[in-house]
Write a protein that binds this ligand. Structure first.
Ligand code: GDG
Length: 469
C-alpha cells in the first residue's frame, strides 16, 4: 500500500491509553509509512504555519497550533456548536453563525496550506471526521491530484434536517472533491444519497457511486470496530482484575449496571437516568439489588450546551439518590472523571448490565468494548439504543428506544432476569461480530476503497438485518 497521510482534528498516535481507533491508525501508519497531521490542541498568538514534527510510537506526527479566534469559531463554534448537534439531529441546539462558518473555512484553508508541502504524488490522503469536511476541496484547489478519502465518524442527518444549515449545499458539493466518502452504516449513507439526489440533482447508482457536476464519489458503509483481542487482553490484565474485585466488593452482592460515556447530550444520559428512576419506582422488589455506576468524563466544557447537560445530570442524580437512597444503599454512583483503559475493562467485566443508550450515535465503541470485556462463562447483558450505529451489528443486545423511560425500565428488568444460557447465546453472537469486524477489518475495507481495490472485505450480513434496513 502507498504511504498514508491521515488528517484529523487531533492527533493521538500510540497504543497504551489511546483508543482502538488511534491504535489502528498508528498500526497502518507504522506499516505503510506516512504522517498523521492535525491540530496540537495548543493556542498561538499568531498563526505562522509552523509544523511541529515528532515521532510517537514509531509514527511521524505533524501538528500545528491555532489562534484563539480559530479555536472559538472552528472548534468550539462550527464543529461543536453547529455540525455536531445538527448531525446528531439536534437542530434545537445547533447554532448558525456566519462567523463560525467563516472560521471553519479559514482553518480548513490553513490545514490545506500547511499539509500541502508534506504530500508526495503517490500518497493516499485520508481525512477523518466532521471537523474537516471541506479539506478535500481545499486540497484540490491547491492542485493535489492524489486519491483522497474522508470518513465520517458521526451520523449523517436526514435531508430535511440538513437543509436547516445555511451552508448545506456548498458543504455537500465540496465533498465531491473526495474519491471515497465513508459512513458507519447504510442509514447514514442513505441520508447522504437522499440529499445528493433531491437537493443537488445528482445521481447514485447501485454501485454506490454518486455523480454530480462531472465528479464521481464512491460511497461506502464501513462500520468501525475495536481491537477486540487487545480489549479482551486488557480485561484479563492485573489492573483489570484488581478493579473487578474492588468494584464487585463495593457493590456488596448487588448487580452492577454500568454506563461509560463522554459527557455529551447525544449519549442520552438524562434519559438513561429517567429510565432508571422509572425502574426504581416500578420495581420495589429489585430496588436495593442494583447499583448504577455512571462514568462520564466531561468534554467540550467551553460550549454552553455541555455545561447545561452537566448541571442537569448533577441535579437529576441528586434527586434520584435523595428520593430512593437508603442507609446502606445509593442507587446512582455518578463519576465525572476518566479512567485508564485497563481499569475500564475491569469495570465492564464486573458489571452484569452494560447501558449504552445514546439518542443518536455514529457507531459507539463502548458497546463493543463492553462485549469484548465479558467473562465467556458468565457474560453480562448489553442494553443498547436502536439509534446507535452499533445496533446494526449487535442485534443480540436488548435493543431499546432511549427516549422511552418505560422501555429502558423494561429492559433493565429483562436483563436482570435473563438466564445464563440465554446470556451466553446472545454474547457469543455479539462477540463473533466484535471479533470478525474489528478495527483492522474496518481499516482494510476503507483503505481498499481508497486505493480503488475491489478486494475489500465485505460485511457479513446477519439474517435479521433485512428488517432493520
Ligand atoms: C465518535 C462517535 C464513534 C470513555 N470514557 C473513558 C474512555 N472512553 C473511551 C471509550 C471509547 C471512546 O472513549 C468513546 O467512543 P464512542 O464511540 O463511544 O464515542 P465518541 O467519543 O462520541 O466517538 C462514535 C466513534 O467516534 C468512532 O468512530 O463510534 O459514534 O461519536 O473507546 O472507551 N477512555 C478512557 N477513560 C475513560 O474514562 N481511557
Amino acid at each position: 500500500m502507498s504511504r498514508l497521510i491521515v488528517i484529523s482534528n487531533r492527533v493521538s498516535a500510540g497504543g497504551g491509553s489511546a483508543g482502538g481507533l488511534a491504535v489502528a491508525l498508528t498500526a497502518a501508519l507504522r506499516k505503510n509509512g506516512g504522517i498523521w497531521f492535525g491540530w496540537s490542541g495548543e493556542q498561538t498568538d499568531e498563526f505562522t504555519g509552523h509544523i511541529n514534527f515528532q515521532i510517537e510510537d514509531g509514527v511521524r506526527t505533524a501538528t500545528i497550533d491555532l489562534e484563539e479566534q480559530d479555536i472559538d469559531e472552528y472548534y468550539n463554534g462550527y464543529a461543536n456548536r453547529t455540525l455536531w448537534p445538527l448531525f446528531h439531529y439536534r437542530i434545537d441546539l445547533a447554532e448558525y453563525e456566519r462567523s463560525f462558518a467563516g472560521g471553519y473555512a479559514r482553518v480548513n484553508e490553513r490545514f490545506a496550506d500547511t499539509v500541502l508541502p508534506l504530500v508526495e504524488p503517490t500518497d493516499l490522503i485520508w481525512v477523518q471526521d466532521y471537523h474537516m469536511l471541506p479539506l478535500g476541496e481545499k486540497l484540490r484547489a491547491r492542485g493535489v491530484r492524489n486519491r483522497i478519502g474522508c470518513f465520517l465518524h458521526i451520523p449523517w442527518p436526514p435531508r430535511r434536517l440538513l437543509m436547516t444549515l445555511p451552508e448545506a449545499r456548498e458543504l455537500v458539493e465540496s465533498l465531491f472533491a473526495y474519491d471515497v466518502l465513508g459512513f458507519h452504516t447504510d442509514e447514514w449513507l442513505e441520508s447522504f444519497v437522499s440529499f445528493v439526489r433531491d437537493e443537488l440533482g445528482g445521481t447514485v447508482g447501485d454501485d454506490n457511486v454518486a455523480h454530480w457536476n462531472g465528479r464521481a464519489l464512491q460511497l461506502v458503509a464501513c462500520p468501525v470496530g475495536i481491537d477486540a483481542q487487545e480489549f479482551s487482553m486488557l480485561a484479563a490484565s492485573e489492573t483489570a482484575q484488581q478493579t473487578y474485585t474492588r468494584v464487585r466488593e463495593s457493590a456488596v452482592g448487588r448487580t452492577l449496571m454500568v454506563g461509560v460515556d463522554r459527557l455529551d447530550y447525544s449519549k442520552g444520559l438524562e434519559e438513561r437516568f429517567l429510565g432508571y428512576e422509572r425502574f426504581l419506582t416500578e420495581t420495589p422488589k429489585a430496588r436495593k439489588e442494583v447499583v448504577l455506576l455512571q462514568i462520564a468524563p466531561p468534554s467540550r466544557g467551553a460550549v454552553e450546551s455541555y455545561q447545561r447537560i452537566r448541571n442537569t445530570l448533577e441535579g437529576l442524580a441528586g434527586r434520584i439518590n435523595g428520593e430512593h437512597a437508603w442507609l446502606d444503599w445509593v442507587p446512582i454512583r455518578y463519576v465525572n472523571h476518566g479512567y485508564p483503559r485497563d481499569v475500564l475493562a475491569g469495570v465492564y467485566r464486573a458489571s452484569k448490565i452494560g447501558l449504552v443508550t445514546p439518542l443518536r450515535d455514529g457507531m459507539n465503541l463502548v458497546a463493543k468494548e463492553y462485549v469484548a470485556a465479558q467473562d465467556p462463562e458468565d457474560p453480562g447483558v448489553l442494553i443498547l439504543s436502536r439509534f446507535a450505529g452499533a445496533a446494526v451489528q449487535l442485534t443480540d443486545a436488548i435493543l431499546v428506544n432511549p427516549h422511552s423511560a418505560e422501555e429502558i425500565s423494561d429492559a433493565m428488568r429483562q436483563a436482570l432476569a435473563m438466564p445464563l444460557d440465554e446470556r451466553k447465546r446472545r454474547w457469543q453472537r455479539m462477540m463473533r461480530s466484535v471479533q470478525d469486524e474489528d478495527v483492522m477489518w474496518w481499516l482494510d475495507r476503507f483503505t481498499a476503497a481508497l486505493e480503488g481495490r475491489d478486494d475489500a472485505p465485505q460485511p457479513e450480513v446477519p439474517q435479521n438485518l433485512v428488517v432493520l434496513r
